[in-house]
Write a protein that binds this ligand. Sequence first.
Ligand SMILES: Cc1cc2nc3c(=O)[nH]c(=O)nc-3n(C[C@H](O)[C@H](O)[C@H](O)COP(=O)(O)O)c2cc1C
Length: 270
Amino acid sequence: MTVLETIQKRRSVRTFDPSPLKEEDAQNILQFASRVENPFDLPIRWKLLDAKKHSLSSPVIVGTDLYIAGKLPVAPHAEEAFGYTFEKVVLFAESLGVGTTWIAGTMNRSAFEKAMEVGKGEIMPCVSPLGYPSSKMTLRETVMRKSIRADSRLPFEELFFSGSFDRPLKKEEAGDLAPALEAVRLGPSAVNRQPWRIVVGEDRRVHFFEKQNSGMADRGFDVQKIDLGIALCHFEMVAAENSLSPAFVLDPPALPVGENMHYIASFALK
Ligand SMILES: Cc1cc2nc3c(=O)[nH]c(=O)nc-3n(C[C@H](O)[C@H](O)[C@H](O)COP(=O)(O)O)c2cc1C
C-alpha cells in the first residue's frame, strides 16, 4: 500500500475489538516510535501505558486498555515536532491494521501525565489508544463523528494557494504536487478544524502556515501547531513517494499574510 493510500484509509478509531493487541504489534510500534526523527531535532520519549494499572481513561474510547504517549521538552516548534513524529507512528500502526485516535482533550490528563512522569519543562501533548478496530462503532462515536463532520474536509482551493494568498490553487492546476497536497488535505486535526494553509512559490518552495482559531492554544501549548506537524509529515512522505525530494527549510517567505496566520516551515522541491 502507498503512503497516500494509507492516509486515505486512516480514520480515528474510538471503538475497539475486545481482543488485546498482540505483544509483537505493541513492541513494533514502540520501537518504530523511538526511531522516528523529526526535522526540528527535538527528542521525544515514548511509552506504552496500561490504562488499568495507571487509572487512565478517555470517555470516548471503548474496548482497549492500551495507550501510547510521548513527551518532550518545552521548546520552540515542540508542537510541530510532536505532530510530525506521532503521525508517522499513527500511519505505521495503520499499516499493521492497528487503530489509533489522536487525543489532546478527552482524557484524564493529569493521570496520563503522572504515568508518563512528565517533569518541569516537559509537555505530553497527546496520547492515542492502540487496538484492533471493532467492526461497529458505538452510538457515541457515530454521534461525535457527525457533530464534527469528521468525514469531510475543506476543498483544495480553500487550503492551497499559488504564489500568494489571493490566488487559490485548484487541484487540476497543482501538477505533480497534487498527491502531496491531497495528503495534507486528508489529515486529522483537532476538532477537524484543518488549520493548514499552503502557498506554493514559483521557485517550487512550499510554505506552510497555521490559520489559528481562537481558544485552541490555552492548554499550555497550541494544539493547531500539532495539526501543522501532521501536515508537514503527510506532505513530506507523499512528496518523497512521488520523487520530489522534499528538503525541509525554516525560511519565511516575504508574503503579506492575514490576521492569525502564522508561518510554520517550508519544503524546497526538486
Ligand atoms: C491534535 C489532535 C487532537 C485531537 N484530540 C481529540 C480528542 O481529544 N478527542 C477525540 O475524540 N478526538 C480527537 N482528535 C481527533 C479528531 O477529532 C479527528 O482527527 C477529526 O475529527 C477527523 O476525523 P478522522 O481522524 O476520523 O479523519 C484529535 C486530533 C488531532 C489531530
